[in-house]
Design a protein around this ligand. Structure first.
Ligand SMILES: [Zn+2]
Length: 316
């Protein structure tokens, strides 16, 4: 069944209100596609013999769920008895869901989105830590007294682009609309976090800085570090100028139809490969925010004021 036929069914069922089963199928389809893609990808890597040879995407570990009318996705490896995490998904491209207080949107509307979405996940929205993100390499490590900072106002929000938690019951959120929301956790240990990585954060090596803290300060062995990239603008859509190519090594760019495209994921994880984190520990949803208008906001596609939420919390 093609996506267009499914879309028609989806529209009909929504109008009649009889069932939303087709909607669920439609949202799950890209996952199956990625499974097939995954099977052949290692062979393609062998042929290509470039940097991607070293990167294996385990996208089959991805899930999409609906809870109390809200859709969210995530990695199975980041959801068990000790941790809860995921990212928001729009019900359709007309869904006004927005989590950002810093963009030009109605404050009470944004707060109601935060409240409804997180309550549906049994997370107290008042405990949420939300950052003021400035494309820096600043990492915020909260104590229990920081719980709730940035949840209802920007005035007490910490200025940082990553958050590292080792205390239970502190839900954290980062906001994106094309940049990569990285989920990070240490296996067999209650340490986790989120990293916001756009090209500026990537240039500042924010992910490398974060992982080095886990290894050096928290003594986590590299083999126990899991990294998952949520939805972001992929190289299919991330067109850049000629001048931009001077900022990163050539390996991170591809040219199609005389246009240059940037691989933000490859650039973001390149530095951490030297830390001997096993390739199988690096996960990717493989969702492009710009391609999937039904599911995610994209600043490059729409110049939108919407931001999706990526969240993580250590359970008590
Ligand atoms: Zn795309």
């Amino acid at each position: 069944m093609s996506r267009s036929i499914l879309k028609k069914i989806l529209r009909k069922t929504n109008k009649s209100g009889t069932t939303n089963i087709y909607k669920k199928i439609y949202m799950i389809l890209p996952c199956f596609h990625k499974k097939v893609h995954f099977i052949f990808q290692p062979y393609l890597f062998l042929i290509k013999l470039d940097l991607t040879f070293f990167i294996i995407f385990y996208s089959f570990m991805l899930f999409i769920r609906e809870k109390n009318g809200f859709y969210f996705g995530g990695f199975e490896e980041f959801n068990d008895s000790s941790i809860l995490s995921g990212f928001s998904i729009l019900k359709s491209n007309k869904d006004p869901l927005n989590f950002a207080l810093h963009t030009d949107d109605n404050e009470s509307f944004v707060l109601s989105c935060r409240e409804k979405f997180f309550k549906s996940l049994s997370i107290n929205p008042k405990n949420l830590i939300s950052l003021i993100q400035t494309h820096s390499s600043n990492i915020f490590i909260p104590s229990i007294k920081d719980r709730g900072k940035g949840s209802i106002s920007l005035t007490d929000a910490p200025k940082a682009d990553a958050i590292l938690i080792s205390i239970p019951d502190i839900p954290c959120m980062i906001l994106t609309a094309d940049c990569i929301p990285f989920f990070i956790r240490a296996k067999n240990s209650s340490i986790a976090g989120l990293v916001h990585s756009g090209w500026k954060g990537c240039k500042e090596k924010i992910l490398l800085k974060f992982i080095k803290i886990l290894i050096d300060k928290y003594k986590i062995p590299p083999k126990d570090i899991l990294i998952g990239a949520g939805p972001y603008i992929k190289e299919c859509c991330y067109e850049v100028s000629e001048e931009f190519t001077e900022l990163f090594p050539k390996d991170f760019f591809k040219t199609r139809d005389n246009k240059i495209y940037f691989d933000l994921f490859k650039a973001s994880i390149y530095d951490i490969l030297e830390l001997k984190i096993p390739e199988k520990n690096i996960l990717n949803t493989n969702y492009c925010t710009c391609c999937n208008k039904e599911m995610f906001p994209s600043w490059r596609r729409d110049k939108t004021i919407q931001r999706m939420a990526s969240f993580i919390m250590i359970k008590s």
